[in-house]
Write a protein that binds this ligand. Structure first.
Ligand code: CA
Length: 208
C-alpha cells in the first residue's frame, strides 16, 4: 500500500511538469509559426507598396511630360499663327508686296528672284528685323530654344492663266500661292510639328 501511494505521488508530481513542457513546446511552435508568417507578410506588403509607388511615379512622370508638351504645342501654334499673319502683312506692305511672298530664290521679277522668306528649317529669332516680317533673312535677336520654323510657299498655277513661274510658262502673273508654315518643337525628347496651311492671294492685282 505504501508503495502504491508513493507511485501515485510520483505520478501526481510528474503530471504538471509534462503539462509545462507541452505548454512550452506549443508556445515555441506558435512563436515560430507566427514569426514565419510575419516575415512573408512584410515581404508581400513591401512588394505591393513598391508596385504602387512605381505606378504612381510613372503616372506623375507621364503627367509632367504631357503638361510640358501641351505648353510647347500651344506656343508652337501661336508661332505658326503669327508667322501666317506676318506673311499677309508682308503682302500688304509697300516695301515688300506680292512678289516678296515666296522663298528666297523664287518669284523672279525681270529675272531677279524676289522671294524673301527663308527656305528649309531654321531657328526662330525673337526680333523680326528691319523689314518687320518674321521668317526672313534679316531676323535677329535671341534664338528661341527648342523651336524651329519652316516656311514653304508654292505658286498655285492656273492652266488658263499660265504664269512665268509655272511648268507651262505664260505671261499672266500668279494670283494665288500656297503657304505652309511648320513649327517644330521639342517637348521631352522627340521633335514634333505643328503645321498651318493657308492660301494667300494677290488681292491688290486686278484680274486681266
Ligand atoms: Ca525679318
Amino acid at each position: 500500500m505504501k508503495e502504491q501511494g508513493e507511485m501515485d505521488e510520483r505520478k501526481n508530481f510528474a503530471r504538471p511538469r509534462i503539462a509545462q513542457r507541452e505548454t512550452a513546446h506549443r508556445e515555441t511552435s506558435r512563436r515560430e509559426t507566427e514569426g514565419g508568417f510575419s516575415y512573408i507578410d512584410v515581404m508581400i506588403g513591401i512588394t505591393i507598396l513598391l508596385v504602387g509607388v512605381l505606378a504612381l511615379a510613372a503616372a506623375i512622370t507621364a503627367g509632367v511630360v504631357r503638361s510640358r508638351e501641351g505648353e510647347q504645342r500651344l506656343i508652337a501654334k501661336q508661332l505658326a499663327n503669327s508667322t501666317i499673319e506676318s506673311i499677309f502683312a508682308a503682302r500688304d506692305m509697300i516695301q515688300l508686296r506680292w512678289e516678296s511672298i515666296g522663298n528666297i530664290g523664287n518669284n523672279p521679277v525681270n529675272g531677279e528672284p524676289s522671294g524673301k522668306f527663308l527656305s528649309g528649317r531654321n531657328p526662330i529669332r525673337l526680333d523680326d528685323g528691319t523689314d518687320k516680317v518674321y521668317g526672313t533673312a534679316d531676323d535677329t535677336g535671341d534664338v528661341m530654344p527648342n523651336f524651329e520654323r519652316q516656311i514653304k510657299i508654292t505658286d498655285i498655277c492656273d492652266p488658263e492663266r499660265p504664269s512665268a513661274n509655272c511648268p507651262v510658262p505664260g505671261s499672266y502673273p500668279v494670283m494665288m500661292r500656297l503657304v505652309e508654315v511648320s513649327i517644330f518643337y521639342q517637348g521631352v525628347g522627340l521633335w514634333r510639328e505643328e503645321k498651318i496651311t493657308t492660301l494667300v492671294t494677290n488681292s491688290l492685282l486686278e484680274p486681266e
